[in-house]
Design a protein around this ligand. Structure first.
Ligand SMILES: [Fe+2]
Ligand SMILES: [Fe+2]
Length: 261
């Protein structure tokens, strides 16, 4: 099974790049399944119903989210009924939506789990124990399990990967928007990367207009974030997973610089 995971899609730029690049990437790497993080898809914060449909139409099978899940109020109206979109599983009980979903592809069941880190982020339920619980609930059904750990601290993401080594096919970091060069297959067959990186404007600061971010650092005054313009970037990883054992044989980073979109 060849699985493509695309890092945080940021705004209109991210969606345009996705539309333009995904068919080629899927062909080039013979991709069977595509997962994308969509927490910044609507103007940099959150996701709407129409934007989720637009992302599916591009060829994405499952959307994961993160700390910006609730930025657009309308998410509450569709997140529970849409089986293809998940939010972090470690939000408190009773929160709309789900943190895990199962996708069937050519007779193989793929479980996808979304988690949020707690270091330098809002304090929610433990991502480690939540991961264990979610994995136990689906492991009989799914030979392949993919975890999106949306977190700030590299140490937390690496610790989760070590904790889950051999229990899932991949632990993929998102949220920091910069692709890291530490992709690896751990001892028991789990693929890991600290951060897949983002898909969107390349010339800003993590996708946001540089001047606005600088003003915030220089003055500490509240500012309204606007997305950067100019060149773009697509960041993703391709996983080659054994359908029977669920072990990952290969993780390949993709980073494409885009001049026009
Ligand atoms: Fe993000
Ligand atoms: Fe985030």
């Amino acid at each position: 099974m060849k699985l493509l995971f695309i890092g945080d899609i940021v705004g209109n730029a991210g969606r345009s790049i996705l539309k333009e690049q995904l068919p080629d990437i899927k062909r080039q790497f013979s991709i069977d399944v595509c997962i994308a993080n969509g927490e910044n898809a609507a103007g940099g914060r959150g996701i709407t119903y129409l934007i989720a449909q637009e992302i599916y139409d591009c060829g994405v099978d499952i959307i994961t989210l993160g700390n910006h899940t609730w930025a657009r109020k309308e998410i509450k109206n569709f997140i529970t009924s849409d089986s293809k979109i998940i939010r972090p599983a470690n939000y408190p009980k009773g929160v709309p939506g789900k943190g895990c979903t199962i996708l069937s592809m050519n007779g193989t069941s793929i479980g996808v789990i979304n988690l949020l880190g707690r270091v330098y982020m809002d304090s929610i339920e433990c991502p480690f124990r939540t991961a264990e619980k979610e994995i136990n609930a689906i492991k009989k059904q799914c030979s392949i399990i993919i975890v999106d750990i949306h977190a700030e601290a590299t140490s937390e993401k690496a610790a989760l990967a070590y904790f889950l080594d051999g229990k899932v096919s991949a632990v993929l970091g998102t949220h920091t928007h910069v692709q890291t060069a530490d992709e690896q297959i751990l001892k028991n067959g789990t693929a890991f990367i600290s951060d897949v990186g983002m898909t969107g404007p390349a010339e800003g600061i993590l996708g946001v207009d540089k001047e606005i971010v600088l003003e915030k650092f220089l003055t500490s005054l509240p500012v309204k974030f606007e997305l950067a313009e100019g060149k773009g970037i697509l960041n993703a990883v391709v996983l080659n997973i054994d359908n029977n054992t669920g072990k990952c044989n290969e993780i390949t980073r993709i980073q494409k610089k885009i001049n026009h979109y």
